[in-house]
Design a protein around this ligand. Structure first.
Ligand SMILES: *[C@@H]1O[C@H](CO)[C@@H](O)[C@H](O)[C@H]1NC(C)=O
Ligand SMILES: *[C@@H]1O[C@H](CO)[C@@H](O)[C@H](O)[C@H]1NC(C)=O
Ligand SMILES: *[C@@H]1O[C@H](CO)[C@@H](O)[C@H](O)[C@H]1NC(C)=O
Ligand SMILES: *[C@@H]1O[C@H](CO)[C@@H](O)[C@H](O)[C@H]1NC(C)=O
Ligand SMILES: *[C@@H]1O[C@H](CO)[C@@H](O)[C@H](O)[C@H]1NC(C)=O
Ligand SMILES: *[C@@H]1O[C@H](CO)[C@@H](O)[C@H](O)[C@H]1NC(C)=O
Ligand SMILES: *[C@@H]1O[C@H](CO)[C@@H](O)[C@H](O)[C@H]1NC(C)=O
Length: 271
């Protein structure tokens, strides 16, 4: 596990779930490179190519860009890096989102504004709803550096959140604050990548939007076939183990002291 972790760090930003020197990275005949990233099975490049384990893990490599960029499905959600269980993707500051993945609890629902209330509703099997209120009266009151409720509010999301809707409401049309805060924002993004900069984040909406898009990824948890457990699937290869996840579905990992791709023959091999 430690070695796998180091491999990921050393090869960052490669989307690599297996050590390159051992066994198969992808299914035979499948593309593994996309720009600076290496794509390992159970993911596969090409929608409908049969290169992934399940069509929800099909990716598109768009060679129009230099270096080429990797996207989920045939859509426009760009993947930047991965770990054993998560994908870091571009934040879309979207009002509504639904994917074949769950949103990681590394994300926080964040509201930026001085007169704004945002409601997030969603589904994680049950119904979830939460809200956050960003308030302030004077620009001098807004502290930068942390999200305190003054101009910036953050709240957690439940485990296994798969879809969400955001409703952003202004309480009194930014009356009295419009000079330094013309509008509010809400997004779901990685807590550790976002630092509130105070008034400067409230003043220029287009600049703030670009900053979130380029600097604050959304983290997704991926699993295989979310309706099958380890016992039903029995797919992990030699010298690896299967774990059921608490968001449904399963994942394979090499046993301690072994490296390789636990999803493909010949499985994991001793180091
Ligand atoms: C990708 O690789 C190119 C060439 O090796 C390098 O110049 C560039 O900085 C890399 N891009 C990223 C996002 O790592
Ligand atoms: C690649 O990206 C370009 C520019 O965004 C877009 O026009 C094109 O449709 C994309 N190609 C594929 C195969 O997704
Ligand atoms: C999101 O809103 C749409 C349209 O109002 C609705 O159909 C959908 O059920 C909502 N989804 C969630 C998870 O609340
Ligand atoms: C906000 O503006 C809208 C449209 O300009 C108006 O209908 C509404 O009454 C205003 N609300 C408040 C609380 O000022
Ligand atoms: C907001 O920031 C953008 C990009 O930095 C800049 O071009 C624009 O003029 C700014 N708008 C205002 C109203 O300051
Ligand atoms: C999981 O879903 C697939 C496709 O919808 C279906 O064929 C399969 O029977 C389901 N498996 C279980 C264990 O529910
Ligand atoms: C487990 O790893 C050992 C040592 O590399 C290898 O000889 C063996 O074939 C592997 N077992 C399976 C079931 O793949």
């Amino acid at each position: 596990m430690l070695l796998l972790f180091m491999t990921l760090i050393l090869t960052y930003p490669m989307l690599q779930l297996a050590s390159a020197s051992t066994g198969n990275i992808a299914k035979p005949g499948c593309q593994t490179r996309c720009g600076n990233l290496t794509v390992a099975y159970p993911f596969g490049i090409g929608v409908g190519s049969g290169c992934s384990i399940d069509k929800s893990l099909d990716l598109t490599c768009n060679t129009t860009y230099d270096p080429s960029k990797l996207f989920i499905g045939s859509g426009n959600i760009e993947i930047h890096k991965s770990s054993y269980s998560e994908l870091w993707v571009t934040n879309f500051v979207a009002q509504r989102w639904s994917l074949p993945f769950a949103f990681s609890q590394r994300n926080k629902f964040t509201v930026i504004g001085c007169d704004d209330f945002a409601l997030i509703t969603g589904s994680n099997g049950g119904d979830f709803s939460s809200g956050c209120l960003g308030l302030c009266r004077r620009s001098n009151d807004v502290p930068g550096g942390y999200c305190s409720g003054i101009g910036c509010c953050q709240t957690s999301i439940p485990k296994g959140l798969k879809t969400y809707n955001v409703t952003l409401t202004t309480l009194s049309n930014h009356t009295g604050v419009v000079s330094f805060n013309p509008c509010g924002f809400a997004f779901l993004g990685e807590e550790d990548s976002f630092q509130f900069r105070g008034v400067q984040d409230l003043t220029n909406a287009s600049e703030f939007y670009s900053r979130v898009k380029s600097m604050v990824p959304t983290v997704l948890e991926w699993v295989i076939e979310s309706n099958r457990s380890c016992r039903e699937a029995n797919e992990c290869k030699g010298n690896s183990s299967c774990s059921d996840t608490d968001i449904g579905g399963y994942r394979c990992s090499c046993n301690s002291g072994y490296v390789g791709n636990p999803y493909l023959d010949p499985g994991c091999q001793g180091m």
